[in-house]
Structures are given as C-alpha cells and as structure tokens.
Design a protein around this ligand. Structure first.
Ligand SMILES: [Zn+2]
Length: 478
C-alpha cells in the first residue's frame, strides 16, 4: 500500500484526554508490567528479522521461521513450520498452551516485505541499522516491527510463566504482500492450527501529533476490499493512414475522462463515524469543525466538510468507494489502429458496498453503451465482510491497554487497504488491526518507501501494550 505524509498534516492537533474510566473487571494473576531495560529485546529481535531478507518476490519467509523456531521452542511453545510448495517459503506457528477453558487468541504478522529501491536508501535496508533512536530497515513498520512486538509480548508470557486460560498462538505469515501461499492457502491446509476465538493483525495506527504526543489510537475492525474493474472499448482495426470515428483508444480516453471528473458518494460506516468523532475531538480548528460537520445533517455543511477533508487522500479513501485507473492496454504497432483498448480500474470498496453497484454506477457515468464495463472475476479479497464486533474481550483488552499506555482516545477504524484479516473474518472470527508503535507523518511516508524506520521507544511501548492486552484476554482469572 502506498501512504503519503499529507494525510496527517490536516488531522494535526493535540487534544489528548485523560484516561477514561474502565469497567471494573476481575484482575488476572500476573507479574508486574515490564520496566524499561537498558537493552531493548524487541528492537534486538527486529534487527534479526530485518536481516532475514524476505522481499517478496520471492518472499523467502522460511528464513524467519528458522530464526524464530529455536527462540520459541526454548520457552516451551509448541512450534510448527508449515512448508509451502514453494521451497523457501513457510508459515511459522508457535502455540503457548493455556488450560483450555477458553478458545485461543491468535496474534498474526506477515513475515514477507515489499522490495526496495536500494539506491534511494541512505542505510543498508537489510542490515537492521539502529541510529537516532530508530531501527531502520525494510519491514521496520510493515510489519516486522509488529512481528517483533507480537513475538516478544508472547515470549514474555512464557518467560514469566503467566498462567493462561487460553492458548496464545503466534503466527508469522508467508505471502501477504503477494503470492499464492498466503493465509488463504494456510487456512485450506491447516485451519485447526490457526483457529481461534479472535485475532490481532496489522491495521490501525497509534498516531502522534506534531508535539510528539500520541493523539489517538485507531484499531481497525474492517478492511476495504479491492476489485479490478475492466473497461473495454471496441473499434475498427485498420491502417493508421485512414482513421475512422470509431477509434477504440479515443473512446476509452473519453470514458476515463468522465470517470476522472466523477466523485463517488459519501459512504460512512458506523466505525468510520466513530473515527471522525475522535478526530473532531483531537484536532484543531478549522479541521475539527469539518469533522463534526461531516457527521451532521446539514447537507451544505456535509458537502463542504467532504470537500475539505477529502484533500487528505487517506481520509478521502475512508469516506467512500474509490476508483483508481492502474493499467492500460491498447495497440501493438505504430501503423495499426487497434480494434480494442482496455483499462483496469482498481476499485476499493467500503464493507457493505457491492461490486455490481459500482459497475452500474460507472456505466451511467460513462454513458456510452459501446464500452464494456465489468468486474474482473479474479477478486483478491472476499467482499462484503461485516466489520468485527467491538463487543469482545480482545477489543476491550486492547482498547484498555492502549488507553493506559498512551493516555489517548481509542477509536475503531476502517483500514483503507487490505490485510490477511479476511481469512478469519470470512469464518466469523473477529480480527483487530494495529501497527503497535506510535508513528508520525514522517514515519508513514517511509512505509513501502525508502529509509523505513520505527522508533525504539515505540517498540518498547507497543510490547508493553500488547503484553498487557494478552494478560487481560488470556491470563488466568482468579
Ligand atoms: Zn503489511
């Protein structure tokens, strides 16, 4: 996914509310929270993970499995490496047994990373360089940093011999960024190994404001889905010296021009509404006013708010289905007018939106019955998955520990891109997403970009937050 720094500029603010009262619950038996140590085991583990180059393609996640296996085994985890038909590519599963009185909790992180433009990096992207308070390297944010946090939090349960009511399953996944042996494949091969009551994954943000303090924590409860929509224009294939009015390339260009001038309607889900309520509380004027207006009923104000908020591409994408032309294909030589021209539109759908409705909308906007518009049948993610409920022990545990750790507002969130969560959500299992470390706009620009980095202090804070979440959700009740 490509992220830009601009999104955060417009949502900048600093209002941070005090800790909210949390419902009284029985306290699980556990050791005191970890103290800040001189060395940081999460950062050290991240360095090792970055050094195992899992750029995908080819995505050799077997190296991560071999790195993690002895560490988890030594702590008493049951370790399983699920080899894929692609040599070098494996899923890694480590299970810490509880007493079985509750169903397992899963913490999942993809072990593959996207490739690098090496010449644009100022440090070796696969050396795990630590400097200026950061760990640098491909995957530092997405998602080896998260993997290190999840792994260390689970290991701490074992190190401190925390009695558990349920199994804690740690999963390092293959082929999340691309490729055929993703968790969809894993689920088809070994579902019982990753079956659970609920799961944590990548997704929402612990967002810092310009003053360096955490402004809000968003926990994703749903992802947008991606549907390729193919436009095909037909014309007469002939000698380029005798053009005709039915040129397929011109017809396709006219259709694309109409789509470029079209904006899809506002589509706010209940979690998106809560997210914008949080932004209204934690932002400064005039943006806080626009966020509030967006949720109001005055259509002129809603329209103006939409226009202003939409200047931020991330927020724009949360509010509607989006349409992005990504591929074009026409012609095969310089002196032939081709008989057809094709464009692929990458449509990103809000949960609840239907591909057929988007296709119908596009046909109306194009207004040319000679252009064929259809959704590709190679749909990468299941459509129409309901968001995961916020009414579960895991959501509440993460919400509570995030609020305690960062003294910030916590809100559910619709993730603007896709993750592996549909593997579980499509089976009715709630999945919650978080990048478990505070980040700012500058960090975000580097995700899938150059000089990717994560703050060492953030890794430590995230590990404490996830450890407390696991204690809360899986620790044995008195
Ligand atoms: Zn990722």
């Amino acid at each position: 996914m490509t992220l830009r720094s601009r999104p955060l500029a417009v949502v900048a603010g600093l209002a941070v509310v005090g800790m909210l009262a949390t419902a009284a619950r029985s306290t699980p038996k556990h050791e005191p929270a970890p103290q800040q140590a001189a060395s940081n085991p999460t950062a050290d583990l991240l360095v090792e993970l970055i050094r195992a180059n899992t750029s995908n393609p080819p995505g050799n996640t077997g190296s991560v499995a071999s790195l993690l296996a002895p560490k988890f085994k030594a702590l008493g985890f049951e370790v399983d490496i699920v080899q894929t038909p692609d040599s070098g590519k494996a899923h890694f599963i480590a299970r810490l047994r509880g007493n079985g009185s509750k169903r397992p909790v899963l913490i999942a992180a993809h072990a593959d990373v996207v490739g690098v433009e090496r010449e644009k990096w100022t440090v070796d992207p696969f050396a795990g360089v630590m400097k200026d308070g950061y760990v640098f390297g491909r995957g530092a944010l997405d998602f080896k940093g998260g993997m290190a946090v999840f792994a260390r939090a689970a290991m701490m349960l074992a190190e401190r011999k925390v009695p558990l009511d349920r199994d804690v399953i740690f999963l390092a996944e293959a082929d999340e960024e691309s490729g055929p042996y993703s968790t969809t494949w894993l689920a088809s091969q070994a579902w019982q190994k990753i079956d659970c009551e609920f799961a944590l994954n990548e997704g929402g943000w612990i967002m810092k404001g310009p003053n360096g303090r955490v402004r809000y924590v968003s926990i994703s409860t749903a992802d947008k889905s991606a549907i390729p929509i193919i436009l095909t224009a037909k014309g007469t294939s002939t000698h380029a010296s005798m053009p005709r009015p039915d040129n397929a390339i011109f017809a396709l260009a006219r259709a694309l021009a109409k789509i470029s001038a079209y904006e899809t309607p506002l589509f706010l889900t209940p979690s998106t509404r809560k997210f914008f309520q949080t932004l209204a509380k934690t932002s400064q004027q005039p943006m806080s006013g626009y966020f509030a207006d967006l949720l109001g009923t005055d259509s002129a104000r809603v329209k103006r708010a939409d226009r202003e908020i939409s200047k931020d591409p991330l927020l724009h994408a949360l509010m509607r289905n989006t349409l992005a032309p990504v591929l074009m294909n026409a012609g095969f030589r310089g002196n032939v007018i081709p008989g057809s021209a094709e464009a692929t539109i990458n449509a990103r759908l809000i949960p609840g939106a239907k591909a057929e409705d988007v296709v119908r909308d596009l046909k109306r906007v194009i207004g040319d019955s000679t252009i064929d518009v259809r959704a590709s049948n190679t749909i990468p993610w299941p459509q129409g998955l309901a968001p995961s409920s916020e009414n579960t022990d895991l959501y509440r545990a993460l919400e509570t520990s995030a609020r305690q750790q960062f003294s910030a507002e916590v809100t559910p969130y619709l993730f603007q891109a896709g993750t592996d969560a549909p593997t579980w959500r499509s089976r009715g299992i709630p999945v919650y997403g978080i990048y478990p470390y505070p980040i700012d706009a500058e960090d975000l620009t580097r995700m899938h970009g150059n000089d990717e980095r994560v703050s060492i202090e953030g890794l430590q804070q995230g590990t404490e937050m996830i450890y407390k979440t696991l204690i809360d959700v899986a620790g044995k009740r008195e």
